[in-house]
Structure formats: C-alpha cells, structure tokens
Design a protein around this ligand. Sequence first.
Ligand code: SF4
Length: 373
Amino acid sequence: MIVATHLRTQNWDDIAMRVHSVTPSRAYAAIHASHPDIDDFIAMVSPAAEPYLEIMAQRAKQLSRSRFGNTVSMFVPLYLSNLCANECTYCGFTMSNRIKRKTLTLEEVDQEAQAIKSMGFSNLLLVTGEHETKVGMAYFKETIPRLKRHFPYLMMEVQPLSTEHYRELKQLGINAVLVYQETYHARRYAQFHLRGNKQDFDWRLETSDRLGIAGMDKIGIGALLGLADWRTDSIMTALHASYLQKTYWRSRVSIAFPRLRPCAGGTGADTFTLTDRQLVQLICAHRILHPQAELSLSTRESAHFRDNVIPLGITSISAGSQTQPGGYSDTSTTALSQFDTEDNRPAADVAAALVKQGLEPVWTDWLAGYGKA
Ligand code: SF4
C-alpha cells in the first residue's frame, strides 16, 4: 500500500475524538513507553499530557543527544522566484497579491550563491512559488548544476512534480525535497486553496510516494500549524512519517513545524492558534515517536523560542533567512517577501547561541562529504 492510500483510510473525526478522550494516566504511560507507537503519540499530544511537558522534554532531549550527539544542522533558504499560479489565502506570494514578481536570472543566482557562501553555509534550500511554466524543470536544469558547484547538499521546496521529474532532479544534484501538505483535512484544505493546481489535495498527498519511488535521499513533510486543529493534523503527520519510514526506508524523513505567520494580504479564513507550550509538546512527542527523524525549525519562530526548544529535539535549523528573491545580495527591502521572519539574527549569531548551549552547529552534510549524496 502506498502512503497516500494509508492516509486516506484515516478518519479525521475519530482521531480528533480519541485525542480528546486520553486520560492523564494514559498520557503519563505513553511518555515512558519503551517502544512508543502511534497510540502513544496520540496520548502525548493530547490535552491530558500538557501537565507532563517537563518529563516529555527530558526524554526528548535524551533521545536527541543519544541519536544525534550534540549536532544541529544549519541550512539557509534561497528564494529563486516569487511567481505563483495558486491562490493560497495564507501566503504573501498568492497570485492575487499585487506584489512585485521576480525570478532570479542566472547572474542573480550566482550573486546570491556568493552572498550565501560568505555566510558559511553549505546546505541550501531552494524555494520558489508554484509556477510550472515559468519556474519548472527547464529553469531547474539551468540553475541546479550552477548551485551544486557551491553547495554539496541541495534541498528543494517547489510545486509537486512527477516521479520522472524527481528522478531528473536527483540526477541534477538535488538531495532532498520538502512538500508540506498544509492540512490533512480535505474540506479545510479547500477553504484555503482557492485557485490553481494546489487545489488538487490528492496529487499533493501522493507526493511523498513519488519521491520515495524516485529514491530521493530525504523527504520533508509537515502541516502548516494553524489551518486546522493542530493535534489531529499532527497525528496525521506522525502517521505519514511512520508509514514513509516503513515504505521507503532508504529515504530519510524530515518533519517541519511551520506556524502560520503574518503575510502581505493577511491569512484569510478562520485559523487555529498553537501556543509556544503546545509547540514544544508537539516537537517532543515527535522526537519520542521518531528518534531517528530530522526535526526542523525555521526562522518563523523567535530567537528566544528557538534557543529554548532546539536542545530538546530539533536537529536542523535555518538561519539568517531572507524570504524574497535576491534578498541576500540586496538586503535593503523586504517588499517581495513570502512571510515575516521572527528570528532575524545573523547566521553566525545563531551558531554562537548553539555553541553556548553545548551544541555543535554543522554547516555541511556528512553524507555528502562521504560521497553518498
Ligand atoms: S503557499 Fe506556495 S503555492 Fe500557495 S501562494 Fe504561497 S507560494 Fe504559492
């Protein structure tokens, strides 16, 4: 069975009911389970587990250190284009927003690469809006080999593509592709995605299968926290991650925790909030269920929050991010940004904060260094 088929059999309302009927003793037992399963995860993200946050944090921290040592991998996003043919009500790049549109020329890509190199990064995340005709495979075939010369580990966050295109991207030098489902609740998904290919919920859900079949080294998943009830969306994410690990065991799994952020045009329809404590609870629950998964946190979160939560379970962070095309070589404006960032420290300051906590910032990917990637 493919991952997407498995996820389609899950009943959102049943899961939502289960998470709210967990008892405190069940939550406590889940945190201490020797081989936690999805039922334990449900208990750990339940309201009943909230009083046990400190115990969860201790277990998550211990698991992170024993699996990853003290390392935290550093990456930075490079926005290639803010063109987008979709209408998503929570994003500054949404088609109807009257912002200046820009796709980097090859010369501008080189300038951005140089600016990013001088910040110390070797791991790069390429980001675009979703515009298949203007920012599709033809553009990637020109830009990726150019960037690969400077960056041994390349990740991508672009529109869902076919298996064949993922195979091509892998050959071009892409090591990881991140495609977030935004929300696993199909009806709410429809409320936030009003126009364009992104309206196709199933095509997006099947993306990780296509990536697994294509043999991508790393597959990134996640929900945009705030579009629907975060507990149920996160349980779907956990099911997704577990099933991916079983089905496509040659690929690494990465889970991200983006919370909704203010953006040009506003977030649109009614949304849910997730408090800082709840986000910590969620990150710890994922670490306890998936000790080997990469857990990633972006600069959407504040410096204070990141400094406190990274030691508990986060193994990959972005730093020094600009969310507009051309933002590293020209930092004078944020007019084209996708969303507002909160942790605006220079990357070197973020790394220094990690060191202060006894962690080791890793600027390059070891697997790429050993020639696997
Ligand atoms: S979330 Fe992605 S697809 Fe939607 S408007 Fe933003 S860039 Fe486009």
